[in-house]
Ligand binder design. Sequence first.
Ligand SMILES: C[S@@+](CC[C@H](N)C(=O)[O-])C[C@H]1O[C@@H](n2cnc3c(N)ncnc32)[C@H](O)[C@@H]1O
Length: 319
Amino acid sequence: MGEGLTNTPERGGHGKKEQFGHVPVLLKEAIDFLAVRRGGIYIDATVGLGGHSLEIAKRLGAPGRLIGFDKDPKALEIAEGIVGRSSSVVGQNKVQDWPTIEFRHGSFADLANDEGRTTYDGILADLGVSSLQFGDPARGFSFQAEGPLDMRMNPMSEPTAEQVVNQFDERELADLIYEFGEERRSRRIARAIVRSRPILTTAQLAAVISTAARPMNQAERRIHPATRTFQALRIFVNRELDDLRKLLEAAPQLLKPGGRLVIISFHSLEDRIVKDAMREGAKLGKYKLLTKKPVTPSDEEIASNPRARSAKLRAAERI
Ligand SMILES: C[S@@+](CC[C@H](N)C(=O)[O-])C[C@H]1O[C@@H](n2cnc3c(N)ncnc32)[C@H](O)[C@@H]1O
């Protein structure tokens, strides 16, 4: 176990992160693969509530720099209170040895347009939504709580899920649900959505989908019928796969030789993109693969944090 992992607030249970019910996934593994170098420059592409950022910061020390991205300004505000120099977690004795931290509101895809010459010792991306977002019904990510159909990580972006659900034509909706949700019943679901418009809340949409796509067998009964459609809408609304591709494309130019790229994904569409990009990079002599197979959470981690269930970590080193 790496330095400080047992004493962090997310594990200790007394910190702000616990208050938001967010436990960083594959924390030790991610930090180990990142191999944070004191005095280095690192990117946390998905700051969230700062769980991974905090561990990176601890290892960087005063000469180091951490640049963090998040589309969600609320997440950055909370993370600032956890990782920022004035955070109580940092502690009196560490303040003197804390890195420069810069949080940027926006997509990690913006790194692709980085014209500057900075190169980095490591990039970490822990993809998807945080518990802060998922657990807040007002954000509209979950079909288990009634809320507006929003689903935006960045409240300044467009479209909202409501716009997609109510304005796209049936064919576009079906294609989107199939492509980003890998939902076989996409046509039936799209037809039911169009017939039930206007649909304004998560619960209303979940009910429409449940009626249109009743589970036909034991395997289908294991997940809620709305799971894949909600995933598809979220991915589309937040352009998740496009952003991931842009980051992966830019990463070899952003990393110093020996720099590490660590990505944690949560569903097969993301993992496939990460796997292909790293393998392609290895073929072109840009990367040494550090994970032949993805690293997955232990049974113990899954038991204590069900959100970790589908996590897959892949890592590569820039040659
Ligand atoms: C799973 S959470 C990260 C949790 C974080 N590692 C922690 O320990 O607290 C993912 C975060 O990434 C953000 N995010 C997702 N895609 C993004 C993107 N393309 N650019 C910037 N932030 C993104 C989400 O808003 C969310 O806050």
